[in-house]
Design a protein around this ligand. Structure first.
Ligand code: MG
Length: 158
């Protein structure tokens, strides 16, 4: 059986925090606001994996009102979500993520992000794609207020 899920996440840029995307800290004057480390790539992909399995969403699994997830390593939340769906007989066969942001330029970091995601998930790097694009100056992303990520996950299993 093949199952497909989609995930979306957005976070606001703030000064004084590192920018962490796909488990990689990226040189940037600003990071992302959030209860956890605000890794929007990990969050969107977590939701895509959970969605593909019909296993709810990241907010249900790791409520941001729960102090145990404050400053959490989102890559670990992602790994945990994948373990949960593996427990249901499903495994990630492919993922594709698009980061939408005006800045910083991410092209030099996309391969590193894909490798970090594949490593944490225990899948081949060829299974993971990370892309980046701008929003052509439009809307909250265009004004540099924040960024967004869309992810698709394909699970195979019984
Ligand atoms: Mg998030």
């Amino acid at each position: 059986m093949t199952r497909v899920g989609i995930g979306y996440d957005s976070h606001r840029f703030v000064a004084g925090r590192p920018l962490v995307l796909g488990g990689v800290t990226i040189p940037s004057g600003r990071g992302l606001a959030g209860h956890s480390d605000a890794d929007a790539v990990a969050h969107a992909l977590t939701d895509a994996i959970l969605g593909a399995a019909g296993a709810g969403n990241i907010g249900q699994l790791f409520p941001d009102a729960d102090p145990q997830w404050k400053d959490a390593d989102s890559m670990e939340l992602l790994r945990t979500a994948h373990e949960l769906v593996r427990g249901r007989g499903l495994t990630l066969s492919q993922a594709d993520c698009s980061v939408i942001t005006e800045e910083p330029r991410l092209s030099a970091h996309l391969g590193t992000m894909a490798a970090a995601l594949a490593s944490r998930l225990g899948v081949a790097q060829s299974a993971i794609s990370v892309k980046a694009k701008t929003n052509e100056g439009m809307g909250f992303i265009g004004r540099g207020e924040g960024l967004a990520v869309i992810a698709v996950a394909v699970l195979e299993g019984r």
